[in-house]
Design a protein around this ligand. Structure first.
Ligand SMILES: O=C(O)CCC(=O)C(=O)O
Ligand SMILES: [Fe+2]
Length: 282
């Protein structure tokens, strides 16, 4: 069996076939997959039949597990969470704001793996925005304004007790096991332009879901600048729309992508299992 990598033709993303992820992979295969991942930023492996053991083994080929706060792991697993929505669920959609996973951490996970178990017949695509491309094409004037700026990230808008998934959400019928905490008030800074820890390529690292301000700027100034930047980061030219299939595993690179969930599948269940890849020594 030889591995085939077929680019999506969009701003990032490739479909990988010719590899069975329910079996241990050779070092050569892992190396080839890592190379393809660094090149395409999102890899999609269709037609896999994976148990959580397989998902965990695959994840660890690329780094140690990340730390996943605020969402309880599924029963019997420390590092697998369920991204879940029932057919009749009325709670606001999870992860609909553009974000890079856990960007409020000191060292956010370099990647995320997501395996499609129950996939609705339509809707529920995951959108990705290539932030190398967004930076490379950024108008010079805007780039000059953000050069050297440092953003303040926090989980509080979502996961503090008074955040989106906190008390306001407590009476909702959300099926995901989200555990808000005062710890979500913590803040962490990251530069708006960052270098990728493996390729050294620069990208934008700005994230609507978690940024709460910019160092040295008033809130009004920061919001205005962030909105201008987001419009550019997520313009059509930078996007890849990922369409799910049951039995498909994807892995994406949080260092150079934003992503978000979409709805459009009311009346259908959706269930995926997720792990994160920590930075380890990177
Ligand atoms: O549900 C989705 O499509 C994406 C959810 C998400 O943001 C994540 O799992 O990190
Ligand atoms: Fe996410």
């Amino acid at each position: 069996m030889s591995i085939s990598v077929e680019p999506s033709g969009q701003a990032c993303g490739a479909r990988v076939t010719g590899v069975d992820l329910s079996r241990p992979l050779s070092d050569d295969t892992i190396k080839a997959l890592r190379g393809a991942w660094l090149e395409h930023h999102v890899l999609a492996f269709p037609e896999q039949t994976l148990r959580d053991d397989d998902l965990e083994r695959f994840t660890q080929y690329f780094g140690p597990f990340g730390e996943d706060p605020f969402i309880a792991p599924i029963a019997g697993r420390e590092h697998v969470i369920a991204i879940e929505r029932r057919a009749d669920e009325q709670a606001p959609l999870f992860a609909e704001a553009w974000h890079s996973d856990w960007s409020f951490q000191v060292t956010p996970p370099i990647g995320t793996c997501l395996y499609g178990i129950t996939i609705p017949p339509k809707g529920g695509e995951t959108l990705f925005a290539n932030q190398h491309k967004a930076l490379d094409t950024l108008p010079t004037e805007l780039r000059q304004r953000i050069e050297g700026l440092v953003a303040i990230h926090s989980a509080k808008a979502g996961y503090a007790p008074d955040g989106m998934y906190g008390e306001n959400d407590a009476a909702s019928d959300r099926s995901m096991d989200i555990r808000p905490s005062p710890e979500a008030e913590a803040v962490q800074t990251h530069p708006l332009i960052r270098r990728h820890s493996e390729t050294g390529r620069a990208s934008l690292y700005s994230c609507l879901g978690y940024i709460i301000g910019i160092e040295g700027m008033s809130d009004e100034q920061a919001v205005e600048l962030m909105m201008e930047l987001y419009a550019w980061q997520t313009r059509d030219e930078n996007l890849y729309t990922h369409e799910w299939e049951e039995g498909m595993l994807i892995m994406w690179d949080n260092r150079c992508l934003l992503h978000r969930a979409t709805g459009g599948y009311d009346g259908h269940d959706r269930l995926l299992h997720r792990t994160t890849i920590g930075a380890g020594g990177l």
